[in-house]
Write a protein that binds this ligand. Structure first.
Ligand SMILES: Nc1ncnc2c1ncn2[C@@H]1O[C@H](COP(=O)(O)OP(=O)(O)OP(=O)(O)O)[C@@H](O)[C@H]1O
Length: 246
C-alpha cells in the first residue's frame, strides 16, 4: 500500500463503490484534501457527490481503492473503528436537517460533544456559541418542530461545528435555505472552518457555493472530470462548458 502524502489530511486512490442494489456509485476517483483546505465537490444531480462523501467519511466501505485519514486506512477499518473515527474526528451536514425531535435546540447541537464524553455544562457552552454565530441562539430552548426548516438547518450546522471536527463533510448544506440566507450561512461556515483550521469537503452543484472553496473537483457519472469553459462565440448565446474525464 502506498502511504498518503504528508500534507493531505484525507487522501483517496482509485475509489470504487457500487450501491447494494448494484447501481453504479463511483468509479476510479482519486483525490487529496490538504489540511485546513475547503474543497468543493461539484457535478450535476446524481453524479456521485454524496456517494463520494460517504466513502471518504467511512459511512460505507469502498469496494475498491484506498481512503486514508492521516495515517488511518479508512478502507480497511472495521465498522466500530469507522464509527469512532466519525464520532471523534469527522462532522457531517446533510442537505436536510435531521434533528432529534425530543431534544431542544441546544441539546441537539450539544449531542455529538456529549457522545464524546464532554460534560453537559461544557457541551452547552460550546453549542450555544455556535448557535449564536448562526443566529439561532434565541431559539435554544425550543423543540425542532417549533423552528422553520432554515432555522433547523442552522442548528444542524452548529451541531456539526461545535465539536471542532478535523474534517467536516457538508453535503449541499444550504439546500433548504432561501437565497438570501444562503450567503450568510455559507460565509459563517467557511469563516469558522478557516479560523478553526477545519478541513471541509463540500458537495454542491451550485457554482456560487463552490466559489467560496479553495479548490474544486467535478464529478460526472461517478468519475472525476475536468470542466472546461469555452469562450463565448459570436454566434452562440452565453458560455458553453464541456467535461473531460481525468
Ligand atoms: N442508496 C442507493 N441505492 C441505489 N442507488 C443509489 C443510492 N444512492 C444513490 N444512488 C445512485 O447513485 C448515483 C449517485 O448518487 P449521489 O446521491 O451520490 O449523487 P449526487 O451527485 O450527490 O446527487 P444529488 O445532487 O442529487 O444529491 C445516482 O445514480 C443515484 O441514483
Amino acid at each position: 500500500m502506498e502511504a498518503p502524502p504528508d500534507n493531505d489530511v484525507l487522501w483517496a486512490r482509485s475509489l470504487h463503490f457500487k450501491h447494494p442494489d448494484g447501481s453504479p456509485g463511483i468509479a476510479g476517483i482519486s483525490l487529496g484534501v490538504r489540511e485546513s483546505e475547503i474543497l468543493a465537490v461539484g457535478g450535476p444531480r446524481g453524479s456521485g457527490k454524496t456517494t463520494l462523501l460517504r466513502c471518504l467519511s467511512g459511512q460505507v466501505r469502498v469496494d475498491g481503492g484506498e481512503v486514508w485519514f492521516n495515517s488511518s486506512p479508512v478502507h480497511t477499518l472495521g465498522p466500530l473503528a469507522r464509527e469512532k473515527l466519525r464520532r471523534d474526528r469527522f462532522g457531517w451536514i446533510d442537505p436536510a436537517p435531521a434533528l432529534v425531535p425530543e431534544l431542544n435546540v441546544w441539546e441537539n447541537a450539544a449531542l455529538p460533544l456529549m457522545l464524546r464524553g464532554t460534560s453537559r455544562r461544557r457541551a452547552k457552552v460550546a453549542a450555544m456559541e455556535w448557535l449564536e454565530r448562526l443566529d439561532v441562539g434565541d431559539k435554544s430552548k425550543k423543540r425542532p418542530h417549533e423552528l422553520l426548516q432554515a432555522e433547523r438547518q442552522r442548528v444542524a450546522i452548529a451541531r456539526a461545528l461545535a465539536p471542532g471536527p478535523t474534517v467536516l463533510f457538508a453535503d449541499e448544506p444550504t439546500a433548504p435555505l432561501h437565497r438570501a440566507d444562503r450567503g450568510h450561512v455559507l460565509r459563517t461556515l467557511t469563516t469558522a472552518a478557516r479560523s478553526h483550521g477545519i478541513t471541509v469537503v463540500l458537495a454542491t452543484h451550485d457554482q456560487e457555493t463552490a466559489a467560496l472553496a479553495d479548490r474544486s473537483v467535478s464529478l460526472l457519472d461517478g468519475r472525476r472530470v475536468k470542466t472546461v469553459h469555452l469562450p463565448d462565440a459570436p454566434d452562440t448565446e452565453g458560455r458553453a462548458a464541456c467535461s473531460l474525464s481525468v
